[in-house]
Design a protein around this ligand. Structure first.
Ligand SMILES: [Zn+2]
Length: 268
């Protein structure tokens, strides 16, 4: 597979976990010396307070089941990586990572993803999938009992094909993630183009769409792509946001020119 095992994966393996349904975050927390309590929290979604090698993780009672699981895993990330510090994590800190790999919230999110969707179980379950679509995300989501956005980010990282996943609300793009084979010149638009299917989904006109071709210029502000097409599938999430899958199917868009040659190509 070519990946190094992460700390979270080593922890899971140490517990003898060989199937997704065995990933019981409360039991894993207990094993790590952390008790989990669900309670009323006003200032944050989750927090961890540690003394010595014991900790108490508090999770907001207002959160749904998958959010609570992710929150426990996120706090276990702080416990594994940032012991001795105290964290109060807001919902925006969790499952919505900053891009700075040194940001402790980002590190805790990465740890949570590794704990809930360890590659050694995730890749075999992806099996021989060649394309990313909602059916695949929902299959993986059911297997690992995580949110659809967290699943989408993981599937993009798995690099099944060149794909971008993104999330939008009324204020614009909240986050996006590219698979490794998508050149990093491609940034999905900040504000949804009304021509996109995602705009309909965000407006509440449709709950979800089929995977459909759409002009690349609806999704990217680059020159010279008016002839290119991408494939888009969008779904309205329970919080009203739109989750988007963009398959980069055009070979010209897949080509990684590198910075300098891309510039010279544009100049031509
Ligand atoms: Zn945190």
């Amino acid at each position: 597979m070519g990946r190094n095992l992460t700390r979270a994966e080593l922890h899971l393996m140490g517990l003898g976990i060989t199937e997704p349904k065995e990933i019981d975050v409360r039991a894993i927390a207990y094993d790590a010396g952390a008790a989990v309590r669900v309670r009323k929290l006003t200032r944050c979604e989750a927090r961890i307070v540690g003394v010595g090698d014991k900790a108490i993780i508090s999770i907001s009672e207002d959160s749904g089941f998958q959010r609570r699981r992710f929150s426990v895993a996120h706090e276990l990330g702080h416990w594994a990586l940032h012991r001795g510090r105290q964290f109060e994590c807001r919902a925006t800190d969790i499952d919505n990572a900053a891009n700075d790999p040194l940001n402790p919230e980002r590190q805790a999110d990465d740890y949570a993803a590794d704990l809930l969707m360890p590659w050694y179980l995730f890749m075999p379950l992806l099996g021989h999938a060649k394309h990313v679509d909602l059916a695949l995300l929902e299959h993986m989501q059911r297997s690992f009992d995580v949110s659809l956005p967290a699943t989408a980010i993981r599937v993009a990282e798995a690099n099944v094909e060149p794909v971008i996943v993104a999330c939008y609300d009324q204020t614009g793009r909240r986050w996006f993630n590219r698979s490794k084979d998508v050149p990093d010149r491609w940034f999905p638009v900040d504000q949804l183009d009304p021509d996109t299917y995602a705009a309909d989904v965000l407006a509440g006109k449709r709950a979800r769409t089929h995977m459909s071709p759409i002009g690349a210029d609806a999704w990217f502000d680059s020159e010279g792509i008016s002839e290119c097409e991408v494939k888009e599938q969008s779904i309205r999430l329970s919080d009203g946001k739109a989750l988007v899958i963009l398959r980069i199917v055009d070979e010209a868009m897949q080509e990684d020119y590198g910075r300098s040659s891309w510039r010279s190509k544009q100049r031509r």
